[in-house]
Write a protein that binds this ligand. Structure first.
Ligand code: SF4
Ligand code: SF4
Length: 129
């Protein structure tokens, strides 16, 4: 992981189980399996930050932007035969369900705190110096 990215987190992480506020710490600390599939297990290519500081998962809000064209054939075929972007909507829902969207923060509080402390410590004393 790129430790300095921790500074892009501006929202305080809610307690595990409380509603997700998009603080982004979980995705910065560890790229999930869906993100790894995009080809980078250090910095998720789909992590998007809004002007209010919150983060969104691009694989939920705009998967067509991040996935390869050959992976989208089925979904686009559904778009072509249906109405109102049914394939794209189904793909967004699939990713949201896989990630547990809407079920609250699922990131362990202690693990996240450890990550933040390690990131800040590495910044002060980079390994090898
Ligand atoms: S799941 Fe938790 S740590 Fe991850 S973005 Fe949401 S609130 Fe932040
Ligand atoms: S794919 Fe989405 S949920 Fe997974 S690490 Fe990337 S931004 Fe986070």
């Amino acid at each position: 992981m790129q430790w300095h990215i921790i500074h892009s987190v501006t929202l305080e992480k809610p307690v595990m189980g409380d509603p997700c506020n998009g603080c982004g710490v979980c995705c910065i600390a560890k790229v999930c399996e869906i993100g790894v599939e995009l080809g980078d297990d250090v910095n998720c290519k789909a992590l998007m930050q809004s002007t209010d500081g919150s983060f969104e998962c691009g694989m939920v809000v705009d998967p067509y932007r991040f996935m390869a064209e050959d992976e989208l054939e089925t979904w686009k075929a559904i778009d072509d035969i249906g109405k109102a972007h049914q394939g794209e909507l189904a793909l967004k829902k699939l990713h949201a369900d896989m990630l547990g969207a809407g079920r609250g923060c699922d990131s362990d509080d202690d693990a996240v705190q450890e990550y933040i402390e390690e990131a800040l410590a590495r910044e002060k004393s980079p390994p090898g110096l």
